[in-house]
Write a protein that binds this ligand. Structure first.
Ligand code: FES
Length: 159
């Protein structure tokens, strides 16, 4: 991994890519999603502060465990003064994300356990197939599209 002199306070996108291991295109994508920011030189080239290294490491670690970018962005946005996440931030956020990961792992276990029922079937039934309609929580409560306003059952007319 290339070393960056401590005296260098701003990094080009190539330096940030080489040091962080993230592709240049990924860094541009992170920037477009508001996960990192850059300034521009007079020649319109991006320059990143050294803090961007830690932010990229944070984003990549969170992505590796399946945290959506929008969730990561929200977490970074909560940090005061757009500061770089530190060890305590990571501990706090990873604890909060643990429940979400546990839920997802549980869902994957259930899907795996039902996969053998689907092998060779191919029906993808919305009523019976867990692959087609996993964890149909709303199906127990209402029928039809979840996007439709929920209708209350008609009340009896007291008259
Ligand atoms: S494909 Fe038929 S039950 Fe899943």
């Amino acid at each position: 991994m290339p070393q960056i002199p401590q005296t260098l306070h701003e990094l080009s996108v190539g330096q940030l890519s080489a040091r962080s291991g993230a592709a240049v295109s990924a860094l541009h994508f992170y920037e477009s999603k508001g996960l990192i920011t850059s300034s521009r030189t007079s020649g319109n080239q991006r320059r990143y502060s050294r803090d961007a290294l830690r932010r990229v490491a944070f984003v990549r670690a969170a992505q590796r465990v399946g945290i959506p970018l929008a969730t990561i962005r929200d977490a970074l946005a909560e940090l005061p003064d757009e500061r770089t996440p530190n060890r305590e931030d990571w501990a706090r956020l990873s604890e909060a994300w643990r429940k979400e990961l546990d839920d997802r792992i549980g869902q994957l276990h259930r899907l795996r356990d039902h996969l053998t029922d689907c092998i060779g079937c191919g029906c993808l039934s919305l009523e019976t197939c867990v692959l087609s309609n996993p964890d149909d929580i709303s199906g127990e409560r209402i029928t039809g599209s979840r996007l439709m306003p929920e209708r209350k059952p008609p009340t009896e007319d007291p008259a």
